[in-house]
Each structure stands twice: as C-alpha cells, then as structure tokens.
Design a protein around this ligand. Structure first.
Ligand code: BGC
Length: 405
C-alpha cells in the first residue's frame, strides 16, 4: 500500500512517562519497599524457585540523582512533554510531617524538566503508598481519604508554577484490583468487596482532591485511567463483555469524569471475552510483547471513540511494550499512532501521546527483566543510559509532528 503522511494536530504533546518508585531508587518509606523485603514476599518467591534479591527495587535507575540526565535524553529525543510522579512516601514520611528536603528535591526535578522544554504531567499517586498510610489501612478506610487530600493540597501549592497537568491517581482500576482482588501487589488480599471499597474511596479521594487542586492553580486535572478494549465472542460473549466493561473500564470513569478537565488514557490491553469471562489478551495470530501481552493497536481507536461522548480533551498518558531486543517497538508505536490519528479524524480530541516508558525500569512484581524503555538501562554498567534505535524513530515523529505510514 502507498504510504501517507499522517499529520497530528498543532501543539500535539509528544513524550514519555515514568513513575517515581519505578525509577528513583531507595524509596524506603513506601509500602512496596516493606513488601519487597517482607518474609511473606521473599518466601513466595523462594517457593517459585526465584531469588528475592532479583525482585528488590533497590537503586532502580537511580533517577533520584540522575533526573537531569533523563530529561536531557527526553529533550535530545525531541520530546516536548513528560509524565512523572512524585513519591508521597518521601514527601510525607510520617503522618503529618512533610519533608522540606523532599519538597525541595522535587522542586529541582520539576525545574530541570521545565528547563529542558518539557510540558509536565505530575501524578500524585502511582501505585505506591507511604508505609504509615498503608499501615493504617490505606484506601481501605474512608476516613483515610483526608490524608491524601492534605498531601494533594501541600504538593499542589508548592509545585504549582512548574506543573502543566495534574493526574491524581494512576490507574485506580488496577490499584484497586491487583492488590485487593488478584492478590498480586501488596497487601495481597483477595477480597472482592474490599477491592470495591478501595475503588470507591479512591473515587472520593480524586473528587475531593480535584477541588483542592483547582483552588491552588489553573492546571487541568485528571486521572490516568487504565482502559482496555473488550471484544465479545461466541454466544453470551456480549453479556460478559458488558459486565466486564462496566467494572473494568466504566465504574471509576463514570464516577470521576465530572471532576476531570481531560481524560488520561493508559492503553495496553485488548481482551476477547466469552461466556466464561475474560479469555485472553489476544486471538492467536497476533504478535506479543516479551510479557506475552497481545499487541492490538486497533483497540486503542475503539477506546478513544468511546470517549468522544464526554467531550473532553484526551491525552494518552501511557502506551508501550516490553521488548528487550527492540525488534517490535518502532512498529508498535507507529501502529498505535496510526489508530490514534484515525480516531482524531473521526472526532476524538486527542492532544498528546506519552510512551511508557522513557527508560527501562522496575516493573513491579516482575522485577527488572521487562524492558519498556525508549532508552535502555545497562544494569551491568553502572546504569548507563543507551538510546534504542526505536527511540530515534519516535524522535523523528516528535520533531515532525507527523509520520509516514
Ligand atoms: C503502569 C506502569 C507499568 C506499566 C507496564 C501501567 O499499567 O502504570 O506502572 O509499569 O503498566 O506494566
């Protein structure tokens, strides 16, 4: 087929995303740190024949110290935007004590990002919690929501001049499910009702924090929703897909959308859904990532078109793949961008794309082996940053605000 030039809207934001815990290193006051080093987690790993040491986040990418080097790379790759998170556990290491040192540190981080010409999306909570907050029940308890609102207030007052977009929570759908329903993340509970309660408390926390953030600055506010594409198959597949779509995609979205100035979309998955519920990420025949996640760029267009009815700007706050050999990344990015472009032509107001992730990082319960980065982190060579070929191809798109496809 003849290639075309796909142009993106003027002012489109191009960049990548990261999260504090996954790149900074030594987030010792966080619930995740406590979990990684707990006998429960270590024994589970040993029972699977794994070495717990391979699953410590440790120094991660040392971005706590090397943030300016990371932003310089983003700038070098023609990014004009970046998404990062600040670590609540650093900023409030014990209840009610806000660390001046941590606030000053993040001020420097944000100044560095701005000096590199990046529009900045700041996430307030990306999966991790301060250990003290988790200990008092975290978002399992409605009375704890006030702690988050206070933290949001302090942070948004302090950083207002450097932030372009606020994201209160990263993927509340996953945050309420992976730890509390599937038992994969701390505190490893498998309690459906508790998982719903956490979702409801996070909804309240977002809605209350929204009011505070709007008082403290003019920045648009949203959440980074985890939205997947569900395609029914077989008889009753439609019914199953309807229910899964309601709980997985719409439950939180519908209860927070009134308090969102834009919609942040994290897109990774397409699921085929039959009578027995979710079947698999993909139909056979589709390519897979190193983590065996099916690659379905066309699903992103469907997700975006479903969001049109909300009449809000949309930013892709995450989309990416684990691909250590960098064989599939360029095509993955281009294919997803082509479907974003098509959605824009059909009226979806998409204004930016942030690839996950700028650098290889700590992939939660999986450890460091999945390689999502545009930039490789060489863990054998002092965490040296090495730009991958796909990153240079993405850089061309960022520069031209268009791509040949
Ligand atoms: C999360 C990231 C994670 C990525 C890949 C997203 O759902 O926000 O923290 O690394 O998926 O699994």
């Amino acid at each position: 087929m003849q290639k075309k030039i796909l142009k993106f809207p003027k002012g489109f934001l191009w960049g990548a995303a990261t999260s504090a815990y996954q790149i900074e290193g030594n987030n010792t006051n966080s619930d995740w740190w406590a979990w990684e080093h707990s006998p429960k987690r270590e024994n589970q790993l040993k029972a699977q024949g794994k070495n717990p040491r391979d699953f410590y986040s440790g120094i991660a990418c040392d971005s706590y110290n090397r943030y300016d080097e990371d932003f310089a790379l983003a700038q070098h790759l023609n990014h004009n935007a970046h998404r990062l998170s600040v670590e609540w556990a650093r900023i409030e290491p014990s209840e009610g004590n806000f660390s001046e040192e941590a606030l000053e540190h993040y001020e420097k981080v944000l100044q560095s990002a701005k000096a590199r010409g990046l529009s900045v999306f700041v996430t307030l909570q990306h999966y991790t919690l301060p250990a003290w907050f988790a200990k008092k029940g975290g978002f399992e308890k409605s009375e704890n929501v006030a702690n988050f609102v206070k933290y949001a207030d302090i942070v948004s007052k302090r950083f207002a001049e450097y932030v372009d977009f606020w994201l209160t929570f990263n993927e509340p759908e996953m945050f309420s499910t992976l730890p509390y329903l599937l038992g994969m993340f701390p505190p490893q509970k498998r309690r459906p009702l508790l998982s719903r309660r956490v979702a409801i408390n996070v909804i309240h926390a977002h809605n209350r924090a929204y009011a505070v953030l709007k008082l403290n600055g003019p920045q648009p506010v949203s959440l980074a929703y985890h939205l997947s594409d569900l395609q029914p198959f077989g008889i009753f597949g439609g019914l199953a897909a309807y229910f899964i779509d309601y709980y997985a995609n719409k439950y939180i979205l519908n209860r927070t959308i009134a308090k969102c100035d834009f919609i942040g979309v994290n897109y990774y998955f397409h699921h085929h859904v039959g009578l027995m519920g979710k079947r698999k990420h993909s139909h056979s025949g589709h390519d897979e990532t190193d983590m065996h996640w099916g690659i379905h760029p066309e699903g992103l267009e469907r997700v975006l078109l479903r969001l049109k009815k909300y009449n809000k700007p949309i930013y892709i706050t995450e989309n990416g793949l684990a691909d250590a050999k960098d064989e599939k990344r360029e095509k993955y990015i281009k294919d997803h961008l082509s479907f974003i472009h098509s959605a824009i032509e059909k009226g979806a107001d998409v204004r930016g794309y942030l690839y996950w992730s700028l650098i290889d990082n700590f992939e939660w319960a999986e450890g460091f082996w999945p390689r999502f980065g545009l930039v490789e982190i060489d863990r054998q060579d002092l965490l040296r940053r090495k730009v991958r070929f796909s990153a240079t191809k993405y850089a061309e798109i960022c520069k031209n605000n268009s791509m040949e496809y």
